[in-house]
Design a protein around this ligand. Structure first.
Ligand code: FES
Length: 59
C-alpha cells in the first residue's frame, strides 16, 4: 500500500491522509471523509476509491 498515492486529484489528498482521517475521526461514509479532508468534494470521480479505503480501514 502506497500512502503517498494521490487518491483525490482535485484536492491532492493522499491515501495516507484519508486513512488517518478515517482512523482519527472514526469516519464511516464518503461524505464524512469529504467533510474531514475535502477529498471527493469536487468532481467526485475519486469517491469509489474513498469507499474502498473506508471498507479496508473499517473492516
Ligand atoms: S478527484 Fe477527488 S473530487 Fe475530483
Amino acid at each position: 500500500m502506497d500512502r503517498d498515492e494521490i487518491i483525490c486529484n482535485c484536492m491532492e489528498i493522499t491515501r495516507g491522509e484519508i486513512i488517518d482521517a478515517i482512523k482519527n475521526n472514526n469516519l464511516k461514509t464518503v461524505d464524512e471523509v469529504g467533510d474531514a479532508t475535502e477529498a471527493g468534494t469536487v468532481c467526485g470521480s475519486c469517491q469509489d476509491d474513498i469507499e474502498e479505503i473506508l471498507k479496508d480501514v473499517n473492516a
